[in-house]
Unconditional design. Structure first.
Length: 525
């Protein structure tokens, strides 16, 4: 009876209830559906995690060797990135102007993006469920494909931006200087100052040739970045020409080229363009800037190492690419031909407005305009921060290619970038403008101009030396090694941080008209 009772019970458990036969079958189908849905969701989740932590899907499935290899490779990349950003951060700017490294970054971005995508696809391949219906299989593939597209976007952007930047860099800066050898290892060896001529070219559509209406020699201390800006007026006359063919043709000073060209300084560039015999052996694209640089070097008795020429109309494109420049306007400036006005106050000027601000002669004269141009350049330099540059990268690169030309060689760029960071981060910038009543442009006292230029540079160097000594004394005192010259208020007679030690302090006496003035003090803020 027991056996029969047990057999009957077994048969009863084994035989489904007639009323539940359909229900049981339907429940099994639903279970399969839930399992498949959970399988797709789990596969996608594992794939997503593996996107940001290589090897996770492999380790989840027990594939230890492949998982550990991918995980180790991932953390090596993270460690390399952290090292570059922290340890080598001071060198990043210098590396950013090396075309070879930029090419490597471009190729590396593309390769890394492809490898990353391959890791994502392989992760999904090993965890995806088998036997899925075509619709769900396709949906899974689409979602992984979308993830890959999103992943590729930053790598593609990095490669394209880097290549665009490299193209602009190699277009503007030539491989080497045709006239000067640069020791790439130590470009400032034995060179206390580097003098760069900044030219603003006015190649207007209604005139032939180029007029250099803005001419400023920037003399930069290679140790501290302290800079003296020596500005010459465009209407300077009776100035001496450099030795050689120029002086042989104009022994008594530049006389121009006919009655329409009376012999102003802003005509020298054009003269060289149309008279190549006056600058023999110089390539066609360098004739104008070479003669202007040599002439200004002769006028001021200061060597000109390099030049940078900015097309003033293209300059507006650079400002537009930056998103405008903020500047304070002191007085109304008529703008355009329709009676518009640039109102006083703090304004954000866009390309054409900024160009008009820097070029307008409706308010003041040429010399007032020269001052506004210096303030505009200062504002642009201050506001061209990394965020603005990166977010407007391609438009800035395109505008730069159209607007700027120079003879600064590429192998000097790392040292020059390092020097420019000193200029931007705390270096003193002073400006001396050779304008009335300091000089008379129609009959200038060249000896006086040379003397004032030398004094402005000597004063800047003296302040640099004093600042260097004060900083050294302050560091010694902070380290517990006072050398006797430090005072409780800081180093030096007034203390390292005292107000009277600042060149732009209100306690400082007003500079003489024939002395260079701090650019921060002369520009409205």
């Amino acid at each position: 009876m027991g056996k029969m009772r047990g057999g009957r019970e077994n048969r009863t458990l084994a035989t489904p209830h007639p009323g539940r036969a359909g229900s049981g079958s339907g429940g099994g189908a639903r279970d399969d559906k839930i399992t498949r849905e959970r399988g797709v969701a789990s596969a996608l989740a594992l794939t997503f995690i593996s996107t940001f932590l290589w090897g996770f899907a492999h380790l989840w499935l027990g594939r230890r060797k492949a998982g550990l290899f991918l995980l180790g490779l991932y953390w090596c990349m993270v460690a390399a990135l952290v090292t570059v950003v922290t340890v080598f951060r001071p060198h990043l700017l210098q590396w950013s102007v090396r075309p070879g490294l930029l090419t490597a970054v471009t190729v590396g971005s593309l390769v890394l993006g492809l490898v990353w995508v391959a890791v994502v696809i392989r992760s999904y391949q090993i965890v995806r469920p088998r036997g899925l219906p075509a619709v769900r299989r396709t949906a899974g593939h689409v979602m992984v494909g979308a993830l890959c597209v999103l992943l590729c976007a930053p790598f593609g952007w990095a490669a394209r931006s880097t290549n665009t930047y490299r193209d602009a860099l190699t277009t503007v800066f030539q491989p080497s200087s045709p006239t000067r050898h640069v020791n790439a290892e130590d470009p400032w060896a034995g060179k206390r100052r580097v003098n760069i001529l900044l030219l603003g070219g006015d190649a207007a559509g209604n005139r032939v040739g180029v007029r250099t209406d803005s001419m400023t020699l920037a003399s930069v201390d290679t140790r501290t970045g302290d800079t003296v800006l020596l500005s010459l007026p465009r209407n300077l006359e009776d100035f001496p020409m450099p030795a050689g063919p120029p002086r042989e043709r104009f022994p008594n000073g530049f006389a121009g080229d006919g009655p329409q060209h009376p012999g102003l300084l802003n005509e020298v560039y054009d003269y060289a363009e149309y008279h190549p015999e006056i600058v023999p052996g110089v390539p066609k694209n360098l004739r104008g800037p070479t003669l202007v640089a040599d002439t200004i070097g002769e006028i001021l008795d200061q060597p000109v190492d390099y030049y940078i020429l900015v097309d003033m109309f293209g300059f507006a494109d650079i400002i537009d690419a930056m998103g405008g420049v903020k500047i304070k306007i002191d007085e109304p400036i008529p703008y355009g031909q329709r009676g518009d006005v640039l109102r006083p106050g703090h304004r954000t000027l866009h390309g054409k407005e900024a160009l008009w601000y820097g070029r307008s002669r409706n308010v003041g004269d040429d010399y007032t305009r020269m001052g506004r141009q210096k303030c505009l350049l200062r504002a642009i330099a201050q506001q061209a921060n990394p965020h603005r540059v990166l977010t407007r990268f391609e438009s800035l690169a395109a505008a730069t290619k159209r607007t700027i030309s120079t003879d600064i060689p590429r192998n000097l760029l790392p040292a020059l970038v390092q020097l420019s960071s000193k200029v931007k981060n705390g270096a003193e910038i002073t400006s001396l403008q050779f304008v009335p009543p300091l000089i008379t442009p129609g009959s200038p006292d060249i000896d006086k101009m040379r003397r004032l230029a030398a004094e402005a540079i000597a004063d800047s160097e003296a302040r640099s030396n004093a600042s260097t000594t004060a900083n050294a004394n302050g560091a010694a005192e902070a380290a517990g090694r006072p050398d006797g010259s430090a005072t409780p208020g800081g180093s030096g007679p007034n203390g390292a941080g005292s107000a009277s030690s600042s060149p732009s302090s209100s306690a400082s006496p007003s500079p003489s008209p024939d002395k260079a003035r701090s650019l921060a003090a002369t520009c409205p803020s």
